[in-house]
Design a protein around this ligand. Structure first.
Ligand code: WTA
Length: 687
């Protein structure tokens, strides 16, 4: 057992011996040597790693090339251009060829603890080939976009890998987004087809995904885009009494035990086909499409500070190298691991650390359909014991929410299989870190706080479990190939310990995004124009005297609610769509469990008055427009907003008002200072 050492009043956690013993990287010196090589000679570092993968042909030009300075020309990043490969081939065929065919690729754990199953690499290969042939039979081909709006089921991974196999660009939309948000994403990418399921149980809730997809398709049609095909997985059982309008509702699944029965009505049209019917007709062999290293692999939307989501585009080879390598070292992957990342595949964490990273290492993973509190707050640890999970990866928000239920839900389960505990998505507060380490991990597991973004493709600042002495709340040091810096407002590098600045990266790594789909200019403006020559994360950070990096959170108009990035502009535009609202300003507000939540100031139109009912209506408006996870916590009336004489809303002041802090700072630039007192008076009682 390792106990913390005291370090200038802070806690230091050296690597756990039993983990260090088996680790790929088992000392800080080894990390430092590899790190040095990775940044001084990236080419030979990644060339060596590339040898583990299958390449149909070798790179034709430079191994890597880039421009990070828009004054010198367009921003570009290229790794291994001209080489050909296929990430699905590497994840499946290559692993089967090295004898892993009968190994389990995924255990599937249903929302209901009695539902489950598993799939081997052989079987996954067969399903993926069949589904690739389904997509091909519909005329889908390399470069086409397909939207995926699915629950956490094996078919989701099959769909994703099948797209990758034939070069179709997948655009997965988290199945918690509203039909509006889904439509916006389908339209932006001009998706030709969509893959979904009839519905899904999430805890006690039955969601009609097919209906949301139908609505999204109608919105797209109204805006002039036709989604040609919709493929529907039959996931619910007869006990959910699905009724399809044309009666095409025959069942292939067994009724799962003890689910509350409810009727779910789904509509059926000519463009719809059942997944299982299409699969019956297909061959279980499909030659992969040999892709150029820099061909697009997938796009994934992330919130943008202007309100319109950005289609972050990743390409084949760089993403493959980076997802697999970060997975291997950060979770110290060992062949007998049972690895579980609780993230939904609809987010980047699910793309990289449920699917591509683990599969390319030949790992056994878990796909969990449910939620942490169903049937009770011990569900995570019950699943850990059931499958003997060794490496576990979740979000600080889940940890904080579970902490609230007390230790008993954890300690009633053994958890002796656990070795490494990861977190991702937002800064983890030391209190939650310590609970994770002491209670969940029983002081015998390494905690890795991994900082990264949809844009970075994989971990960029993270401890390595066998090498790094950790400090609760710090993501510690850069991963291989990452050169971080902290800049002040003028773009000067901060070297002083403890001083906060913009977190930026100086040179590319293989997994960095290549562009914003359909809008390269936006890519350049968002990430490269603030500081020439650097990729700008949009996060603030500081370094302590020992060189540890502490990420402090977003410094743009983005709010991180339960690890989901939301744009305040997008919420504002949902609010002003309501007939009563003339203007809205949304700011971030601290929240005990979610980390941050949103606090909305609304100015009403003449003739409307503020009420509790209106506040509920406005919250629902955001929920319907974006998705349930975006629902604001607070709405308050604002007869006027604090604006500068040029009309810019001073959000800094609104954030102070939201938390009730009267020290609002300099207000000399305000057009009307009296609004501030009024806003303090109108704060809701529960804020
Ligand atoms: C935040 C999720 C502090 C950060 C993989 C980042 C973190 C945004 C951490 C990206 C962490 C993620 N510590 N902050 N360990 N991990 N973040 O694109 O603000 O959904 O910019 O990718 O989450 O969120 P995204």
């Amino acid at each position: 057992m390792a106990d913390a050492q005291d370090n200038h009043g802070g806690l230091l956690f050296p690597p756990i011996e039993r983990i260090q013993k088996e680790a790929h990287i088992s000392s800080f010196k080894q990390y430092e040597d590899m790190y040095k090589q990775s940044i001084e000679d990236p080419e030979s570092f990644w060339k060596e790693i590339a040898k583990q993968f299958y390449w149909k042909s070798e790179p034709t030009g430079k191994f890597f090339d880039y421009n990070f300075d828009s004054r010198k020309g367009p921003i570009f990043i290229k790794w291994m251009e001209g080489a050909t490969t296929n990430i699905c081939y590497n994840a499946l065929d290559r692993n089967i060829d090295r004898g892993l065919g009968s190994k389990i690729a995924f255990h599937w754990e249903g929302n209901n603890p009695e539902d489950g199953g598993h799939i081997t690499f052989n079987k996954l290969y067969e399903q993926v080939c069949k589904f690739s042939n389904v997509l091909k039979s519909m005329g889908l081909k390399k470069g086409d976009r397909v939207a995926i709006y699915m629950p956490m089921i094996i078919e989701l991974v099959v769909a994703l890998l099948a797209c990758a196999r034939i070069g179709v660009i997948h655009s997965i939309v988290f199945a918690g987004f509203s039909s509006e948000s889904l439509a916006e994403r389908i339209l932006d990418a001009s998706c030709r087809a969509i893959i979904t399921s009839d519905g899904v149980w999430r805890g006690n809730k039955l969601l009609n995904l097919k209906h949301i997809v139908d609505e999204a398709i109608i919105i797209c049609e109204k805006r002039g885009h036709k989604v040609e095909r919709c493929i529907v997985v039959r996931h619910l059982s007869p006990s959910d009494e699905i009724i399809t309008e044309d009666g095409d509702g025959d069942c292939t699944t067994e009724p799962p035990a003890k689910r509350p029965s409810r009727q779910l009505k789904i509509q059926w049209s000519d463009r719809d086909s059942w997944w299982h019917k299409l699969m019956e007709l297909q061959d279980a062999v499909c030659e992969p499409e040999w892709m150029d290293a820099e061909d697009p692999l997938f796009m994934l939307y992330t919130s943008g500070s202007t309100g319109k989501p950005k289609g972050v585009l990743h390409t084949v080879a760089g993403y493959m190298l980076y997802s697999a390598t970060t997975f291997k070292y950060v979770f110290d992957y060992q062949p007998d691991d049972i690895y579980w990342c609780t993230a939904d595949v609809g987010w980047i964490t699910g793309h990289t650390y449920v699917c591509y990273g683990p599969l390319n290492n030949g790992a056994t993973g878990i796909i969990f359909e449910g939620v942490p509190f169903y049937p009770d707050a011990g569900r995570f640890w019950q699943i850990v014991d059931k499958y003997k999970v060794t490496k576990f990866y979740t979000a600080p928000t889940a940890i904080r929410a579970l902490m609230k239920f007390g230790d008993d839900f954890v300690t009633r389960h053994k958890r002796t299989s656990l070795k490494i505990l990861g977190t991702v998505g937002e800064p983890i507060n030391p209190e939650a870190w310590l609970w994770y380490y002491n209670v969940v991990g029983n002081k015998r597991c390494a905690v890795v706080d991994t900082f990264w973004q949809t844009e970075t493709g994989g971990h960029v600042i993270t401890p390595l479990p066998g090498a790094t002495v950790t400090k609760p709340g710090s993501a510690t040091f850069p991963f291989f190939g990452i050169v971080p810096a902290l800049l002040d407002e003028e773009g000067k590098e901060i070297t002083e310990a403890g001083k906060e600045g913009y977190l930026v990266f100086k040179q590319p790594w293989p997994g960095i995004m290549r562009t914003v789909f359909g809008n390269h200019e936006r890519f350049e403006t968002t990430y490269f124009k603030k500081f020439h020559g650097y990729y700008c994360t949009g996060d603030g950070a500081k370094k302590d005297a020992d060189g540890y990096i502490w990420v402090t959170g977003r410094i743009d108009d983005m709010v991180n609610v339960s690890g989901h990035l939301l744009s305040t502009a997008e919420i504002e535009s949902a609010l002003v769509e309501h007939a009563a609202v003339s203007e809205a300003a949304v700011v971030s507000h601290p929240h005990k469990i979610k980390g941050e939540c949103t606090y909305c100031f609304v100015t009403l139109k003449e003739g409307f008055s503020f009420s509790k009912d209106l506040s509920v209506e406005l919250k629902n408006k955001v929920r319907e427009k974006i998705g349930p996870f975006a629902q604001p916590d607070f709405v308050q009336e604002a007869p006027g907003l604090p604006k500068t004489r040029s009309g810019k809303i001073m959000r800094r002041i609104l954030r102070k008002i939201a938390v009730g802090d009267k020290e609002v700072g300099d207000i000399s630039t305000l057009a009307d200072e009296t609004v501030i007192d009024k806003l303090f008076q109108l704060r809701p009682a529960d804020a």
